[in-house]
Design a binder for this molecule. Structure first.
Ligand code: AHR
Length: 493
């Protein structure tokens, strides 16, 4: 069974760049994300590592070209005291992870470990400051510790701890989910708190900070409105937004053994991102018509029940074709809103929620989401070519969703990339794409027989990108046969 879609590329409207920072990731002290997933400790002799960080993870993330990495939370950030995570590791105090499983951590992965990792990955760090339970002084000291080039108590301490040059960290979050785990604040109160913290976070050594306000949950437009209205824009570079693809927080459903009803519900939540970024952007436009302040979706992705038998506080879930489709469709939405959405962070990078990497002791696998993010990274810093899309519906029961999503960009060498998703698990789509000038087309596809298919440690390569042969040039148009439940990226030259 197949259905017809039409896409018209508006090549003349190419003005906006898709920021590579839309491809950011998130690493929280949560479950096995940091400890076990990224960091196994310097003393570990069985898992190859550099300064305690797994080399297999470093290699996989380098290949993915991740542009930024957010740390140390999440909810954890508002409990984290950075000074406990620097200096001799044997002397560091412990911290109990109040939000995630109540486990005791030894603070062995701290500021130096994280920022050195970012340097090794060639990625920009995005530090989330503690506003909920930390002081203004503590956050101001952190900025001075990592960014100040001269002589000062914090810079001197950094040097004593082995790092001479400042790291010059640009991205700083001023708290996280201030409406919830970050302090259960009202936005009117948080906006004032933000102004105070942001004031004392100095632009040391010419490193201009990019300050990001803890943003709304989902459709809380009032939150965005008050931040935009009450915070002077010289102190505000980004406003965050969190939205997870969850149907029912009390009954999230399994990550692999889901039925079509659950699948439809998840995709509905994923596609809701279009409405959320449109409406939050409209609120921002009222106060910032020149779009100087960025909308930063610094937590997004699918959230399901944990894998049976694992700690419920560790949020460890598998990753299927459903997740590949969430990633493909969401990135298309971000691209098409690249004028305002200039950064995003998938939650989370290793072993937590919609992870791109899963580990089990010395083993590592790349998830379907990893492959989508790698296929799509050709859009990083490319010029967006807006599209007008007419898609048939994917119908389930009495619900319907647009089956096809698309985005198009031109890179600095002139190559055009088209990314397409078909979320319909039953119907192939026949797509006609007009408005682009090209002479050849090649492509890659990610799909599998069942939505529930995933990679396992026994079969880590079950799902991987393959050459796509379903696109042909027909006159000036491109004809694509997009298989059911698939993600495709085409290159036109
Ligand atoms: O990503 C998991 C959690 O989700 C984060 O810690 C928090 O910010 C959000 O509620």
């Amino acid at each position: 069974v197949s259905a017809q879609s039409r896409i018209v590329a508006r090549s003349a409207d190419t003005t906006v760049t898709i920021s590579r920072h839309i491809y950011g990731h998130f690493a929280e002290h949560l479950g096995r994300c940091i400890y076990g997933g990224i960091y196994v400790g310097e003393a570990n002799k069985t898992i190859p590592n550099v300064n305690g960080v797994r080399t297999d993870v470093i290699d996989a993330l380098k290949k993915l070209k991740i542009p930024n990495l957010r740390w140390p939370g999440g909810c954890f950030a508002d409990t984290y005291h950075w000074k406990d995570g620097v200096g001799p590791k044997a002397k560091r105090p412990t911290i109990v992870n109040q939000w995630w499983g109540g486990v005791t951590e030894d603070n062995s992965f701290g500021t130096h470990d994280f920022l050195d990792l970012c340097e090794r990955l060639g990625t920009e760090p995005y530090l989330a400051g503690n506003v909920g339970s930390g002081t203004v002084q503590e956050l101001a000291d952190w900025v001075q510790y990592v960014n100040f080039g001269g002589v000062s108590p914090m810079a001197n301490w950094r040097k004593e701890n082995g790092r001479t040059e400042p790291w010059k960290v640009r991205y700083w979050g001023v708290g996280n989910e201030a409406w919830g785990c970050g302090g259960n604040m009202r936005v009117e109160y948080y906006a004032d708190i933000y102004r105070k913290y942001a004031t004392f976070m100095s632009d040391w050594s010419g490193s201009k900070l990019f300050r990001i306000a803890s943003g709304a949950s989902d459709a809380d437009y009032h939150w965005t409105e008050v931040l935009m209205r009450d915070i002077p824009h010289n102190l505000l570079n980004g406003v965050a937004l969190h939205h997870y693809s969850v149907t029912d927080w009390n009954k999230k459903g399994p990550s692999t053994a889901f039925d079509e009803k659950q699948y439809f519900g998840t995709m509905k939540q994923a596609l809701l991102m279009e409405e959320l970024v449109t409406k939050h952007s409209a609120v921002m436009d009222k106060y910032d018509p020149k779009k100087k302040v960025a909308l930063i979706v610094d937590e997004w992705g699918g959230w399901y029940d944990v894998e049976p038998g694992t700690n419920p506080g560790f949020l460890f879930q598998q990753n299927t074709i459903r997740d590949a489709l969430i990633a493909g469709a969401t990135l298309n939405i971000f691209h098409n809103h690249a004028d305002r959405v200039r950064m995003a962070n998938l939650a989370q990078v290793v072993n937590v929620l919609q992870a791109v990497i899963l580990t089990k002791e010395e083993k590592l696998l790349l998830t379907p989401t990893y492959h989508v993010m790698e296929m799509y990274n050709v859009h990083q810093d490319a010029k967006l070519i807006p599209v007008t899309l007419t898609s048939p519906d994917y119908v389930f029961g009495d619900g319907k969703l647009p089956a096809v999503s698309a985005s198009v960009s031109r890179d600095k060498n002139g190559a055009i990339h088209v990314s397409l998703t078909n979320i319909d698990p039953k119907k192939e789509q026949e797509i006609s794409l007009e408005g682009l000038t090209f002479s050849s087309v090649t492509g890659k596809i990610l799909t599998s027989a069942n939505l529930q298919d995933h990679n396992t440690f026994e079969q880590p390569e079950k799902i991987h990108p393959e050459t796509f042969k379903g696109a042909t040039k027909a006159g000036n148009a491109l004809k694509v046969k997009l298989p059911k439940a698939s993600v495709v990226v085409l290159e036109l030259k």
